[in-house]
Design a protein around this ligand. Sequence first.
Ligand code: ZN
Length: 292
Amino acid sequence: MQTNMKTLREYIKEAEEKGVAIGHFNISNLETLHGIYSAATKLNVPVVIGVSEGEEVFVGLEEAVALVQTIRERDNYPIFLNADHHASFESVKNSIDAGFDAVIIDAAKLPYEENVAVTKQCVEYAREVSKNTGRDILVEAELGYIGSGSNIKDSIPEGAGILTNPDEAKRFVKETGIDLLAPSVGSIHGLIKSGKLHINAELVKEIRQAVGIPLVLHGGSGLRDEDFTNAISSGIAMVHINSEIRLAFKEAVEKSIDTNPTEITPAKILQPAVDAIEQVVEARLRLFNKPF
Ligand SMILES: [Zn+2]
């Protein structure tokens, strides 16, 4: 990595100071990466690429690292790679070893003490590797349940939406030493047909104050604009978007094949999907980077 580029930790700090948020977008193919990167460079803002455990298997662990690092080094551009929602120490370790810039250990479904134990193990490993390699690997964890799966749901899943308690969050951060916290503040993973809840901006503020580390908003797809802006002005420093990109990809590919049924060149079939993703990401990045 170039010495003149800030680390992801520094970009997140800068976003907090500016009152904006960094966009985190998931990929499972090259088309999505190209669409996201085009949008980010248009606005000249740092961007985080996420791969979940499933997406990581499809893309390839080392391939994901190679893709993002190649762009970063070629263009000297702040594009970073995050292991999104990894459920075990082993899978977090694999991502760290492969060269990811950040990881999310997602043990929020486990009882509190077990969540603390596995999260702590991930933090200790990340610190050890950072020390030995000169990298600065960030560890994020989740507290409170925000559902799972970047898909389309009829209604809010049972058990999801249990809000994070600020005092418990403070204790959790202290006990684990994490760098970033994903609290549950009203958003749910996926797109919800019956509509999403509002973000509890007051709770965001309380948690940010209590924990003293940057907060990450998950389940951003389908939220109202004012939910994003309220969340960001209350202390959210990074926002995750996945389902909206998946939907844009699917609809663009469907339309592309319907419109040109004899076309067999993948680049021609898929270019509209790249363009559609770029549009979705650009609109989100404009919103996240709106000064208040
Ligand atoms: Zn998430």
